[in-house]
Design a binder for this molecule. Structure first.
Ligand code: ACO
Ligand code: OAA
Length: 378
């Protein structure tokens, strides 16, 4: 008698594991919505910190709530000396995502309330991470250039302050706005791999810092958040806009994955891409140097070639990579920029998971040797 093998869903493709009230892609409009609000409208009219508030509280803040929220975020930005020294001592050869992962783990070790449960405590910890992670990313960026960190400026908004800490100056409003749009679009995307990782860790009743540390590890991979860096490596490998189509044919023949294209959920295009691409096009028009024009032409040629050859559309990482490069960020910072935003979504899911917790523990079909006796006499 042969045993029936249950249906296997490799990569959990198509498997529904839980409910969520945080975000969804509405099938009718192929549109991502956070707590019901279309992300296009949030990107056009709201700031990233309002979006973080929305993800955590379920509603947008009124004027007073926003003012208090911003004041708390600004007050929580500075790193203590121990953290700054720890991060300054990490090898410069390590990836900036390793620095962020270590930082979050260390924040947990430093927090005496690490293991306390409860929504209020979670929201306070989440805001602490939202406030401090940009400081870590900016300090690490400068350290790699041999420069001293620049302290956060409590008079500057979230995005402006980040530019100030990285470069010592705040760029033109349209550049800051493009960055803010990327943060809003990256903030949340339902049960993606890193968010699911955070939910798995939380489901064991582990702490928020452990869940976020694990999520950073999941986001680093090039099939997920690491793709925004991989896009730039790929564009550099191609080099010339005229070469894009031939390069693509060779890469597809070699069965390579084309970075920044394809998606587990969107099969006809990522709903966030048009907004990000429009904002990126405005940066391209503004910069208008020969190098920028060439990079943008290459980016566009590869997009057209991929859609015409394979019918596979870009995901958010594709336009975001170009935007970040045009803003002056080094390529290894791209996925850390994603973390600065996605920490809002991760922590919203951690709170939601705990509110209706069930240990996440799937099954696997065993394909190893049949039961057998241990060899005797060894
Ligand atoms: C913010 C984000 O995390 S968005 C995702 C970022 N990741 C990337 O950009 C990496 C490149 N993309 C990919 O590897 C994939 O599209 C993923 C991992 C994102 C999604 O993968 P899946 O949902 O498992 O798609 P799946 O592998 O089933 O793809 C279906 C078919 O399209 C092909 N395909 C999908 N994406 C790509 C791609 N980027 N390049 C080449 N072929 C692709 C697959 O090879 C497969 O072809 P086959 O049926 O002939 O085997
Ligand atoms: O949803 C996914 O699988 C990946 C993604 O686009 C995201 O996390 O933003």
């Amino acid at each position: 008698m042969t045993a029936t093998i249950p249906e296997i869903h490799r990569g959990l493709a198509g498997v529904v594991v839980d409910t969520t009230a945080i975000s969804t892609v509405f099938e009718e409009t192929n549109s991502l919505a956070y707590r019901g609000y279309p992300v296009q409208e949030l990107a056009a009219h709201r700031s990233f910190d309002e979006v973080a508030y929305l993800l955590w509280h379920g509603e947008l803040p009124d004027a007073g709530e926003l003012e208090r929220f911003r004041a708390r975020e600004r007050a929580l930005r500075p790193l203590d000396r121990t953290t700054a020294e720890l991060l300054a001592g990490l090898p410069r050869t390590c990836h900036p995502m390793d620095v962020l992962r270590t930082a979050v783990s260390f924040f947990g070790a430093e927090d005496p309330t690490e293991d306390e449960e409860g929504t209020a405590g979670h929201l306070a910890k989440s805001l602490g991470l939202l406030a401090k992670l940009p400081v870590v990313v900016a300090a690490d960026h400068r350290r790699r250039l041999g420069q001293d960190p620049i302290q956060p400026d409590p008079d500057l908004g979230y995005a402006e302050n980040f530019f100030h800490m990285c470069f010592g100056t705040v760029p033109a409003p349209e550049v800051v706005r493009c960055f803010e749009i990327s943060l809003i679009l990256y903030a949340e995307h339902s049960f993606n791999a890193s968010t699911f990782t955070a939910r798995v860790v939380t489901s064991t009743l582990s702490d928020l810092y452990s869940a976020v540390t694990a999520a950073i590890g999941a986001l680093k991979g090039s099939l997920h958040g690491g793709a925004n860096e991989a896009v730039m490596h790929m564009l550099r490998e191609i080099g010339d806009p005229e070469q894009a189509a031939d390069w693509l044919d060779r890469a597809l023949n070699e069965k390579r994955k084309i970075m920044g294209f394809g998606h587990r959920v969107y099969k006809h295009g990522d709903s966030r891409v048009p907004i990000m691409q429009e904002a990126t096009d405005r940066l391209v028009a503004r910069a208008a140097s020969p190098e920028t024009t060439r990079l943008a032409a290459l980016h566009s040629s590869l997009r057209h070639a991929m859609i015409s050859r394979k019918g596979i559309h870009p995901n958010l990482d594709y336009p975001a990579a170009l935007a970040y490069r045009l803003m002056g960020f080094d390529v290894p910072m791209f996925t850390p920029l994603f973390v600065m935003s996605r920490v809002a979504g991760w922590t919203a899911h951690i709170t939601e998971q705990l509110a209706h917790n069930a240990l996440i523990r799937p099954l696997g079909v065993y394909t190893g040797p049949a039961q057998r006796p241990l060899p005797q006499g060894v």
